[in-house]
Design a protein around this ligand. Structure first.
Ligand SMILES: Cc1ncc(COP(=O)(O)O)c(C=O)c1O
Length: 359
């Protein structure tokens, strides 16, 4: 029997962080780099008020939100596109630029969605080598060929927690040909206290061949509403607008995000919380002989080579105590787990439990 033929799709499926493990009650989810404090109360109120209007379509071009973003970050609204998560911006960008035979460069342990979308849109993905979980401008440039169309960098990167300094980013852009688009994923930039770091938007506001992405899923605590945005030249943004689905950002996301952006006190609180706990957790990990990255974003990549038990057993032992971390199998990072900083009581419980399972 002849059946509808699905095109050949050679792409791996994204595996998200687990929310629960077996039948363990009241799991503590520290597996998806979500916000430790949740969304701003003002954002939640706007979400609540907006519920009477959910029978109406949302604005198709996220106009109101783009204007608020424009004022906040001092950028032009017609150079911003909003999407259902920054995820959708990666998807649309790959769709816009890539055809079969093109090449995309990602870093070896770079955020996996970049390479998934690049493959999905027919490109060959090349992975730049890393040393101590960080790639370099040289390793990226070595992979450039005539066919290179896009280079993706998450800065800081998930799941490694490492980052390119401001100077390295400037150097990378300088060394790439002008007709190669550099995508800088700023998902975690708000958490960064490191003096040699600058966000993609700060560095490349006036660049003609960079696209920067931002998300409401991390510091703003709106991961469940799916909202992110991209910033680039007017020409690129106009073209992305042509191919985006008409109502790609939902009403609830638009309502809540405007208030989340305005609530400076809440954002500050979330940053301070992260700064405080990342220092504390870093010291705890070191004390327990876990090899990890220096504090950067809201997570740590934990390697168990020097501990009595390996990462699989640690995962099980922690999960049996309700703590769900992220396995690193999909990233091919051996003997490691990723931990997301939680709220104060979750962190205290994690510190105590980790000490007890590694004794
Ligand atoms: C580096 C990085 N970029 C983007 C995202 C996804 O963001 P969004 O929820 O906006 O699609 C994540 C989520 O974990 C991430 O780690």
């Amino acid at each position: 029997m002849i059946l509808p033929k699905i095109r050949k799709i050679k792409v791996e499926r994204y595996i998200g962080g687990l929310s629960k493990f077996r039948k363990i009650d009241n799991p503590i989810k520290l597996s998806a780099n979500e916000s430790a404090l949740g969304a701003s109360p003002k954002a939640r109120k706007a979400f609540e008020i907006g519920k009477n209007e959910i029978f109406r379509y949302p604005e198709s071009d996220s106009n109101y939100l783009r204007n608020i973003i424009s004022r906040e970050f001092k950028i032009k609204p017609n150079r911003i596109i909003c999407g259902a998560g920054s995820d959708q911006i990666f998807d649309l960008t790959c769709k816009l630029f890539l055809t079969g035979g093109d090449e995309v460069i990602c870093t070896k342990f770079g955020f996996i969605m970049h390479r998934i979308y690049a493959s999905l849109h027919g490109a060959k993905v090349l992975l730049a080598k890393e040393k101590n979980f960080k790639s370099s401008v040289n390793e990226i440039i070595k992979l450039v060929t005539k066919k290179t169309k896009i280079v993706f960098i998450a800065n800081p990167n998930n799941p490694t927690g490492t980052y390119f300094t401001k100077n390295e980013m400037i150097n990378l852009r300088k060394k790439l040909r002008n007709d190669i688009l550099l995508v800088v994923d700023d998902a975690y930039f708000e958490f960064m206290n490191n003096s040699d770091f600058k966000s993609g938007l700060d560095i490349f506001k006036n660049s003609k061949n960079v696209l920067v992405t931002r998300t409401f899923s991390k510091i703003y605590g709106l991961a469940g509403l799916r909202l992110g945005w991209g910033y680039s030249t007017k020409k690129i943004i106009d073209s992305l607008n042509k191919i985006k689905p008409p109502f790609n950002v939902n009403r609830a996301a638009l309502d809540a995000s405007v208030e989340a952006l305005k609530d400076k006190k809440w954002i500050k609180k979330a940053i301070n919380h992260n700064t405080y706990w990342s220092k504390k957790i870093f010291l705890t990990l070191k004390k327990n002989k876990i090899i990890t990255n220096k504090p950067s974003a809201n997570f740590f990549l934990m390697n168990f080579d020097k501990t009595k038990i390996n990462s699989n057993l640690a995962f099980k032992k922690l999960a049996n105590k309700r703590l769900i971390l992220r396995k690193m199998n999909q990233y091919n990072i051996s003997n490691s787990l990723r931990f997301t900083i939680g709220n104060a009581s979750e962190n205290k419980y994690f510190i105590k439990t980790l000490g007890s399972i590694l004794k």
